[in-house]
Design a protein around this ligand. Structure first.
Ligand code: NAD
Length: 483
């Protein structure tokens, strides 16, 4: 049952109940329920876009494209900056809605909104000038970069606003127009942000349509969308790529990870324990580049685990409405069931040790205690699959060679990290880890000027930084003889 009082309250949040299509707020006729993961109860209705709504959004984006593409980077930067400031400025108003639909603590929801604005400003500050490849007696060859046209952006639920706004900034700054689809688990704050965009962007430049997985599939097959920028699971990413192939759309896939971290015997254990605790449990472990398996040198194993357990057992778990919480619930029921299954499988394994946590509190919310489990083998599902939740396996190693081989024995390749006081040693290990990003003495930094993406099943292409944002552009070579 939808909580009608709450639903009516949400009606007062501008735009959270309507798609943004061609600069107009459109409600449509169909709706789906949005659930509060802290209670397990539906609390709002979200408009559910039809295929006609999608067609209208794509047509609006197509119509707005020539004028938007004709603007300079500076002109587009100014408008993206205005939207970024409105989002950050609305952080206090929108954070309760983001907290409610996602489950994260209120302050973390507020930070997501503020950082979204910050990243949009940084992404639209990248220097994307055309380049002269050569100018000599053989002639002048220029590299010119053009927008692709209409981008379809498909976002996941773990950082609903931030991950969507990264795509918005990159696509719009490069001169494309956009149709954005949030996850059906967390659509409302993104719709509210769409409402803010209606006031600062020309009609049709950014369209926001909410809906289920079918809507995503329609986007990947749509003949008038030129590129899909997708962030989500490996399984869906493969479907996106297969469907996009029919119209030869450009695709960028930011997919799942199973990041390994290697704590070497000369690591600063306080730094490593704090870094692992933060990376593995922030956002309830629901981060693509969270540390999801820890390999620690046998010689420092006990000391390191004592520090890690101290930090993790101090984390406070509860509804985002309760002040002072570090972690909320798992974001949605299917993910809750998945993490519980990994936990149950691990607990049923002979000789495992639960170093902290391990319980699923009673109640209707999707809460799981922050948990650390030792004694699993490398082929245990919790170790070799992506748990995407607050249950962390720790494993030992006696030789660094062995640890590198085990870390690399994975179909994932998003991130990895190594902790050591010896810079040269850490750098040598980092170079051998098969991951799109390897951090040394830290893990999970997200910076707008640094390309990000995965090797192997963790992705296809890169986003962020000049190298990543170029994936929203078409390269054209202009070549002429020396005059
Ligand atoms: P998901 O793949 O289930 O859904 C992602 C989006 O795809 C949603 O909007 C969904 O509606 C849509 N979708 C579903 N089926 C589709 C289809 N057939 N065609 C087109 N779109 C479709 O992923 P999720 O559960 O929302 O997100 C969690 C996953 O995302 C994790 O694996 C996580 O690691 C990954 N992730 C990766 C990054 C990264 O940058 N690499 C960042 C965040 C999350």
């Amino acid at each position: 049952m939808v909580d009608v009082v709450e639903r009516d309250r949400l009606q007062t949040i501008d735009g959270a109940k309507a798609h943004l299509i061609g600069g107009r707020l459109v409600q449509g006729e169909a709706f789906f329920e949005v659930v509060d993961p802290a209670t397990g109860a539906a609390f709002a209705l979200c408009p559910d876009a039809s295929q006609d709504d999608l067609n209208a959004a794509v047509a609006a984006a197509r119509g707005a494209f020539p004028a938007w593409a004709a603007l300079s980077y500076e002109e587009r930067r100014a408008m993206i900056g205005a939207l970024a400031e409105r989002i950050a400025g609305a952080a206090d108003d929108l954070a309760p809605l983001l907290m409610r639909e996602h489950g994260k603590p209120l302050e973390q929801a507020r930070m997501e909104l503020i950082l979204s604005g910050h990243h949009m400003i940084q992404l639209s500050a990248l220097d994307l000038r055309d380049e002269v490849l050569r100018d000599d007696e053989r002639g002048k060859v220029e590299l010119r970069y053009h927008p692709l046209g209409v981008v379809g952006a498909i976002a996941p639920w773990n950082f609903p606003v931030a991950l969507a706004m990264h795509k918005v900034a990159q696509a719009l700054y490069t001169g494309n127009t956009l149709v954005l689809k949030p996850s059906p688990f967390t659509p409302l704050t993104t719709l509210a942000v769409g409402r803010l965009a209606a006031d600062v962007l020309p009609a049709g430049v950014l369209n926001v349509v909410a809906g289920g997985n079918d809507l995503g599939a329609w986007m990947t097959a749509h003949p008038d969308i030129d590129k899909i920028s997708f962030t989500g699971s490996v399984a869906t990413g493969k479907k996106v790529m297969a469907s996009a192939a029919q119209t030869l759309k450009r695709v960028t896939l930011e997919l799942g990870g199973n990041d390994a971290t290697l704590v070497l015997d000369d690591a600063d254990l306080d730094l490593a324990a704090a870094g692992v605790a933060r990376s593995s449990f922030y956002n309830c472990g629901q981060i693509c580049m969270a540390i999801k398996r820890v390999y620690v040198a046998d010689g420092v194993r006990e000391a390191f685990l004592a520090k890690l357990v101290e930090k993790v057992s101090a984390l406070k778990v509860g509804p985002g409405t309760t002040p002072g919480m570090d972690m909320g619930p798992i974001q949605n029921k299917p993910q809750f069931e998945k993490v519980k299954a990994y936990l149950a499988q691990a607990l049923a394994t002979p000789d495992v040790q639960v170093l902290t946590g391990g319980k699923v509190p009673e109640g209707n919310g999707y809460f799981i205690e922050p948990t650390i489990i030792a004694g699993l083998s490398d082929d245990a599902p919790l170790v070799c699959e992506e748990q995407f939740g607050p249950v962390l396996p720790v494993l030992g190693f006696s030789s660094v060679e062995d640890a590198i081989a085990r870390a690399n024995d994975s179909r994932f390749g998003l991130g990895a990290s190594v902790w050591s006081r010896d810079a040269a040693r850490a750098r040598a290990v980092a170079g051998r880890l098969l991951a799109g990003t390897v951090w040394i003495n830290r893990h999970g930094l997200n910076e707008s000027d640094v390309p990000f993406g995965g090797m192997k099943d963790s992705g296809y292409g890169r986003e962020h930084g000049v190298l990543g944002i170029r994936s929203y552009q078409e390269l054209q070579v202009v070549s002429r003889p020396t005059s």
